[in-house]
Design a binder for this molecule. Structure first.
Ligand SMILES: Nc1ncnc2c1ncn2[C@@H]1O[C@H](COP(=O)(O)OP(=O)(O)OP(=O)(O)O)[C@@H](O)[C@H]1O
Ligand SMILES: [Mg+2]
Length: 275
């Protein structure tokens, strides 16, 4: 990296194996306050494993993790959360049968009354949850009693992000938040990522979509078969170069030309995948 700021979160030569299966190899990366690090890579490259290691779901097999320059060890997700790392995992993370207000405060519910008379303060939870999601630009949510299952994918992502920001997360990790979204909803999530960054959070954003990465990224890391194959700042590579890197270093243009050439000589059939 070109600057000398102490990163909020850093990995130094982290390996992760599951028994005999080596998934991550010597991963070193840094994420700074007020910056978005885009983590790119093909299916199975190790992106989710990497962020699960950063968020305490897995523990590194070797190597070190640091927060504000100090070594940290997370035995469980709660340890990472308490240090201000909020993770929105791939495929969900919200509970469909929970209300917006309940979901927003899951585990941190405001109560009223004292001692044994303490009860969940539903009205307060709903009011704050609706206020916060509206602040993120989701103006269609006006009722905190609405069930999360009835929200769109983009609205759910926004709710999860609003919650992380509200509870003072310093690092926000989003695993493919735009993968299942339409164009408009994806654009909305990208706007919220920029908003989180503007508020000074460090964001790790995982995506397959180069355009989404380019819309928010300050810094990019490409993972190929569990290792960092490229690490560069915004503007250092073109869209085509990034797409080629994600395809495993093969030039997409060459690949397309090869497939077209094959089809011309094989009656329009596409080649069988190589094993
Ligand atoms: N608990 C586990 N035990 C054994 N192998 C695992 C485990 N978790 C992940 N892997 C393996 O690690 C590799 C990387 O998986 P991972 O889910 O991190 O990839 P990914 O980059 O997130 O892929 P995708 O883009 O499809 O989400 C895969 O080969 C996967 O099978
Ligand atoms: Mg994944």
């Amino acid at each position: 990296m070109s600057d000398n700021k102490t990163p909020v979160l850093e990995m130094r030569k982290v390996d992760k194996s599951f028994g005999p299966i080596d998934v991550l190899h010597e991963i070193s990366l840094k994420v700074n306050q007020g910056e978005v690090l885009c983590l790119l890579g093909d299916n199975g490259a190790g992106k989710s494993t990497l962020i699960k290691t950063l968020s305490g779901v897995h523990q590194p097999t070797r190597g070190e993790m640091l927060m504000d320059g100090n070594p940290v060890h997370f035995d469980r997700p709660r340890d990472a959360q308490e240090m201000g790392i909020a993770t929105v995992h791939q495929f969900g993370g919200t509970y469909p049968l929970m209300s917006v207000g309940r979901n927003f405060f899951a585990g941190n519910e405001p109560t009223k009354g004292v001692g044994p008379f303490k009860v969940f303060d539903r009205q307060k939870a709903n009011r704050i949850a609706v206020e916060q999601v509206q602040k993120m630009g989701i103006t269609r949510i006006t009722d905190g009693d609405r069930l999360v299952g009835g929200l769109s994918g983009g609205e759910r992502q926004s709710l999860a992000i609003a919650r992380a920001v509200y509870f003072g997360a310093r690092v926000l990790i989003l695993d493919e938040p735009t993968a299942a979204l339409g164009v408009k909803q994806a654009a909305h999530v990208l706007r919220i990522v920029n908003e989180a960054k503007r508020r000074g959070l460090a964001v790790i954003f995982i995506t397959h979509q180069v355009m989404h990465a380019m819309a928010v990224g300050d810094h990019f890391a490409v993972l190929i078969r569990g290792a960092i194959a490229a690490d560069f700042r915004k503007g250092a590579k073109s869209r085509e170069e990034i797409a080629d890197l994600m395809a495993g270093g093969e030039s997409m243009a060459d690949l397309e030309a090869n497939i077209e050439g094959y089809m011309e000589t094989h009656d329009g059939h596409v080649p069988e995948p190589a094993h």
